[in-house]
Each structure stands twice: as structure tokens, then as C-alpha cells.
Design a protein around this ligand. Sequence first.
Ligand code: ANZ
Ligand code: ZN
Length: 949
Amino acid sequence: MKKVQKKNKPKFYKLVEFPYPSGNLHMGHWYAFSVPDIFARYKTMKGYEVMYPIGFDAFGLPAENAAIKNKLQPADWTKKNIAVMTKQMKSMGTMFDWSRAVSTIDPGYYKWTQWIFLQFYKAGLAYRAKTLVNWCPSCKTVLANEQVIEGKCERCDSVVEQREREQWMYKITAFAEKLLEGLDRVDWSEVTKIAQRNWIGKSEGTEIMFRLTNTDLPPDPLPEEGGGMPGYVTTNAKEYHALYDKALEMRENPTQAEKILWERLRANKQEYHFRRQHIVDHFIVDFLCLRKNLIIEVDGDVHDAQQERDRERDDTLRGLGYTILRFRNEEVLQNIENVIKKINDTLSTFPLTPSEGRGDLPFGEVGGVSVFTTRLDTIFGATYLVLSPEHELISRLNLDSDQEIRTYCDQAKRKTALQRQESKEKTGVELKGIKAINPANGEKIPVWVADYVLGNYGTGAIMAVPAHDERDFAFAKKYHLPIKKVIMPPAVARMLRTASDIAVGAKTELRIESECFESEGELMNSGKFSGMNSEQAKWEITKTIGGKRTATYRLRDWILSRQRYWGTPIPLVFCEDCGWTPVPEEDLPVKLPKLENYLPVDDGSSPLARVEKWVKTKCPKCGGGAKRETDTMDTFVDSSWYFLRYTDPDNKKEFASKENMKKWLPVDLYTGGAEHNTMHLLYSRFFIKALHELGYVDFDEPFKVRRNHGTVLGPDGQKMSKSKGNVIDPDKEVAQYGADAVRMYLAFLGPYDTFNGPWEPKAIVGISRFLHRVWKLAHDAISNSQFPISKQIANPKLDQIINKAIKKVGEDIEMLHFNTAISELMKLLNEFENCKLKIENLEQFLLLLAPFAPHLTEELWSKDHKTSIHEESWPIYDPALILESTAHFAIQINGKTRAVIELPVNSSEQAVREKAEKDESVKRHLTAPIQKVIFVKEKLINFVLRHIR
Ligand code: ANZ
Ligand code: ZN
């Protein structure tokens, strides 16, 4: 038997999700740890240096809740559980490397969780911001979206509210594109990839500006040029009128210099349109270039006070994105060429404005609403605009002084995104006194606020196209808003081009308003774009009407702070003078203090805020008084890098040495629960990508292969749960059948990655019986002194069966199909029980069984060996022996058949040649060196001999 080589072995990193120390090991733990152990052991026997580590994800809410319930310290409760679970886990017979065990609550571990936070913070990847968060009024903490199940807290079932709060965030959105791209490079199950892609939710579309106008305003004063509205929006009509009158008056009395310049600008055949004396925001300007944000001012002698005012005004206009060119009267009168040149030079260096290409007025801050749409092709059918209740415009326009609007927005903000999206009954309030202008056709359309539009997606505002979007359709029906069809289904478009009576029918159909057509098609009622297909129109419309092609992602930044005690402290202090300041690295870890009272605080702040002694500290920058951050980190932060720490668990200088990481990472196979398809796996990938970007790791995807494991249900086919009384306690099963039977039964249930079915109390008996038979067979062999047996006659059929089994068991394990591997072992045992055995046969069998039943096989092995079976190599099968049938090969020499020999069908050229060369009648004719060999699979081999003169 060949021993596994000690040196230069390839590495294999087999990772399982480390458990939460909940108390007792349940069947789920056994399924998650003992079954992949088969794989780890198999790889070891295949000659790999395998790392199979384990640890504890030990911070988190449940510990705190359980500790509160049992009147214990979370630390004591957690440590007690870790001790119990460690003992239980050791009974599984796994090859876990306990010397690498990490626990996230160990200060030696969370020091590095904090250190990584600081690196991210310094790189701008961790930041503080006010956000709407899910608030559980009973747990008194912020919940991640995923912890909200149907609007209720995952833990305590209370109805979750939305609250605004300052939180620490990880900027995972900065990696949205990379997180998508990386999925193409890893071997993960498709379900997981799809879940991640959906979570990131990339949506390609267009952002386009809809200008706003006050309905009280007079009509566009300058319709002849460019056809836009003045760039002035105010809810104060009186003020506007005064300004407008003034502008008109000035227009009537231009100075000589203005007149000359005006004539030249007008005569200018360039694409730029100029308007003379105009109002931009609150200001009257002399000349305004319509396609570029350029303002030209021509002034005579001005006194100091005026100059001061002009400067202020220019600053404001620059703030709104304008460039200002200022000329003196004399300059224009004396050297108009020079002035024109300056204007042209400025125009040629201009950045594009949002309204570039439209001859439209660039707008000030309040001037427009940007919407995100994936269907720009439907813009001619946009009959109203909707703002989300969170839209900042609502407060800026002072619209929230309107009681109805304010009440509506407040109510909406308390709902979760899901509640808002799923609610069948759409609600909303019109923003009276304001209209939006559809940039496609200049129509003034109403503006509404409605909660089916979310504040944190796209731009938080939409153009509503009721004819082609179901949500808008339902809303328009309810509030009697116009529905305008602009997309024709391709089938209808085809009919219109055919016989006239069909075309008439099609036309009638198009007039029916009762339904909404959501797919793409051919444009109609869309001006010069009518007749184009949707895809083409999206591009053409961007070119001529405006808009910017962009992508939007559903992915939100990761809120990492929790207002709870039992978590990694966030290593920042707040100083009145210096603001948020990192704790110096040499002062890490910021240790979690022991608390007498760790109950949550009613105002929602962390219990740590009560520990004045801990909170009060010195500012690392100025030495003055400062306060520690009292929020702690989400436990998903702890688990986003634990697999790095396993490679170097005791390192005090780095989170892991480069050398160790180079040796072990990335992880070769990661198995775990489907519940981690998104968050944990996405967060870990984000961590690695960020660490990679910062130069701390040299790979950018942490897990090469990821497979989810299935689920073992209770005997009744329901999820195992105490309340249902269907829990199978692994400890009891181990006591009754032994650990080998329990792990092997779990492996036997079905393919590991897809199994979803019940634990069958009778079936484990079958596995137990199988192991007993193995024991008996080996034992009998020994007591009958047939074990070891050395001089038995080989049974050729048995050899084939064994070789096939070696191949199949190995291949099945590689595919995580442990169940069929076990079936194969069962078949093999049946054969063995019915014939006499060679010692090698029995040993090979034990080797195949070793990863599945480590205890039993070790015991049997030890009867005849001084070393462990788990240090042996996986048996190698002889491919020639596993073939079903044989073929007759003609052996030719220079084209003449000299012999026919029988060999396995798939025999290689090499194998046939070797056998042929030994054949006596062939040998006789090999009178010269072979120059060339012609081989035809399953048929013949022809030796062409060198011609000897
Ligand atoms: C006009 C339109 C016409 C739209 C049409 C759809 C169909 P996905 O694909 O999920 O990205 N939308 C944009 N921002 C929104 C927000 N903050 N809250 C709710 N809905 C929002 O969806 C993009 C579409 O969802 C956008 O395209 C917009 O409606 C809406 F026939 O614009 B659409
Ligand atoms: Zn300071």
C-alpha cells in the first residue's frame, strides 16, 4: 500500500460555514459538517494537503436575547455553548483542524475586524450617513432588509417600522459592477449566481430631465427661439411677474453695445441659440446661450455697490452651473471681433449641459426633475410624473407645508419598501400648482407624489406611462389620469401593414384603453419616432430629445452598525473639534466592556452608551475630550473574513500573513446553506474585492467553488422544530447507532447539493445494518484466519467489480453525490459476502469506506496495520479492467494481418501495441525497426517497418 506523500502536495481548502453557538448541536450541524468531511477525507487520500477548519460566529442578537431570557451574560452564555458544541462536534469523527479554530468574540480576532473597518474607513469605503432603516420596536434595533419577513421582525415577529437614523455604512455599491463580473469567473451553483445577480439588480436605462413649471406663470415669452420655457421656477408668481416685466423693459432699451453684439450673435450660423435679456433663476442676464450654460453680460461703467451685487449674482449663477463672460460696453463697440472670438473660444471648451442638443434652457436647482426609465421609447406616452415621498424637491418647493402632502409622505415613510411595492391599491396626492413638461412633446403634465415610487431607487422619480406599465396603469385608472398608447404590439403592427379590413380591426384594437401592453414593440403617436422599434427608439430619442444612458442597481450600501451590546465595537471616537476620528491602530482592539445591564435602550441607542467610563475617552488627534462610538457591528461583518483568519489564526501582527494566504487561498470548495446565497456570500466577496483593491490580498474572488447543501426535514416532512416535536437529536442517534452510521445515513439521503427530504427513522437502521455486516465480514475473515489471506485464487469478475467501484465512488464523491457512492459500496459488500476474498480486496473496500465511516474502518485497519487508515492513499483503479466488453484487434505488419488479439474495447494504442509485440506470430515478422504505427480504435494496429535495402 502506498503511503500518502508528505511533501509538495497540492493544497485543498475545504470550507464549511462556521456555526453560531446556539447551544446544542442539531441535525443541521451534522449535515453541514460531517457530510463534507467525507469530501475532505477523500481529498486527503487523493494526495492533497487538506485544510478543513472550524470556528464560531459568536457575536449577535440571538446570544443577547437568549442571555436576557436566561438572565446570563452574553459572554458566559456564548462561551458555555461553544464548549458544549465543541465537545459534540468532536463526536462526529471529522478531520476538523481544531488548532485553527477561531471565534469572532475573541479580542485577538475582532481586533482585525476593527482593523479592516479602519482601512475601509480611510479608503472611503466606510462612511456615516442618515438613512431610512428598518426598526424593530421590540428588539429596539435596526434590522437588515433580510431580517424583515413580510414586514415583521425575523426574530420576534413585531411589525417593523421605518426610521431615519445616522448609521455606519459599507460602500458595497462601489463594487456593484465588479461583483457582477466576478460571478462569471467562479464555479458556483447557478441558483446562487442568479440570487446574487438579482440582489445586485442591474438595470440599464436612461436618466432624463423633466422641467417643472408653475401653472400660474405666463406663457413662454420667447417662443420663436428654440421653443423652451424660461429657466425660472418659483412658487411665488408675483415675484416672477416683476422680474419678467423688468426683462421685457430692458429688452426694449438695449444699449448700443448690446445691439451690436446681439446682431452678431444672431447672425452667427452656429448651432448655438442665444437669447437676449433673460431670466435665469432669480436673475436677469443680458445674453444666454441656449445649448450651453453660458451667460454674457455687457455693462457700462458700474459703481462699487453694483459691482459687489454683480459678483454675488455671478457666484450664484456659477453655483447653478453657468459660465459667465463679462464685457465692457467699450470693448464691444471698439473690438467686436475680439469679443466674438472670446465667446467662440469659450463655447468650444464647454462641457455638455444636461439639455445639450435640445436648444433648451439649462435649469437651476429647482428647475427640473430627473427620472430613471428603462423605457425611454415610451416617453411620448408619459402623461404624468411621480415623485417618491422622500424626494427632496417636496421640501424644497415648500410643498410639504401642504397638510395633505405632508401626512401622505409621513405615512409612506413608515412603510417598508416591500409593503409599498406589493400593495395592490395604489395611493398618491397631486402636487397642485406645479406641472412638468414632457421633453418629448412639450406637453404640461401633472406631478404626483405616490409611494409606489421608491426614494432610493433610480432617481426617486418616474415618468409614468400608464399605457405600458401596470403600476402606472392602475394608478391612472384610479385617479382618472390620461392613458396614451405609444407602443404597438409587433403583431398589430404587422396587421396594420396587411389587408385593409384587418388593418381597421387593428386600429380599433389600438384605441381600446382597457389594457396595458408592457412589452416592447413599434412606436406610434411618437412624432418622428413613430414606426421605429423600441430598442432603436431608445437610442434615437436620447440623441435628439435628451437623456443619459446609465445603469441603476438595486444593491444598497450595507448598513453595518447595530444599536446592540453583543458585537464588535466600531473603532471610532467623536470629538467636538475633530469630528469622527479613528482609534489609532496600536490601540486596537477596542475591547467590548463587561456590562451589568446590557438590555436594549428605549431611545434606540446602544446599551454601551450607558457606560460612561467606557464612552468617555481622549481624542487621538487633539487630545481633548471625545466619545466612543457606541454602536457595534453587524455580525455579517465578523463572518466576511473568517476564512482568511483560518490560514493564520494566531497572528498578532496581521490579520493573516501574505505567505499563509498565498498557500491556502482562495477557498477551493465552500459548502453551506442556501440562506446565504445573498448576504453572507455577497458581503464576503465585497470584503475580498475591497481588500484586493487596497493591496491586502492578491485574489479577488474568495470561493472558487460554492455548493449549497440541501435540507434534512423532520420525519413528518416538515422543517425540524421544537414546537412541531419533529426534531431528531443527533446525540441520541449517535448513542444508538454510532457516529459513523449517523454521518453515513445523512450522506445517503440524496445528492448533497439538492437533497430536500425527511429523516426516516427506519432508514438509518439500514445503514447501521450495513456497517455491522462490514464488521462481521472483516471479523470472520480474521477469526477464520482468512484475514489476512494471501493465497486465494483471483476471481477476474470480482476484480472488475472492485475497479469499477473505485472509479464510481471517487467520481461520485467529487460530485457530492455521496448517496450513490454509498450504494456502490453496498453492492460491493453483497459481492464480497458471496465469494472468497483476497486481502487486497478487503483492504481496498475499507479504504473506500474510510471517508464515510472513519471510526469503524480505523478500528478494522488497526488489526493488521500499525498506521492509520486515514493516512493511506485512495486506491487506484485499472482502466483496462473496468471495461465491459472486449474487441478483436487485427495486428498487421506492412498491411498484412499476422495475428488477431482480444483486448478491452477502449484499449489505447499503447496497450494494444504492448500486447501485440509480445505475440509470437507477430514477433516473427518484426524483422526491421518499426517506422510508423497506424492505429484504428477497436479494430486494428498496423506496424509499418523501415525498409531495409
Ligand atoms: C417609464 C416606463 C414605461 C417604465 C414603461 C417601465 C415601463 P427596473 O427594470 O426594475 O429597473 N422606476 C424607476 N425608478 C423607480 C422608483 N424609484 N420606484 C419605483 N419605480 C421606479 O424598473 C425600471 C422602471 O421602474 C423604470 O422604467 C420606471 O418606470 C420604474 F412602459 O419608466 B419606467
Ligand atoms: Zn479632537
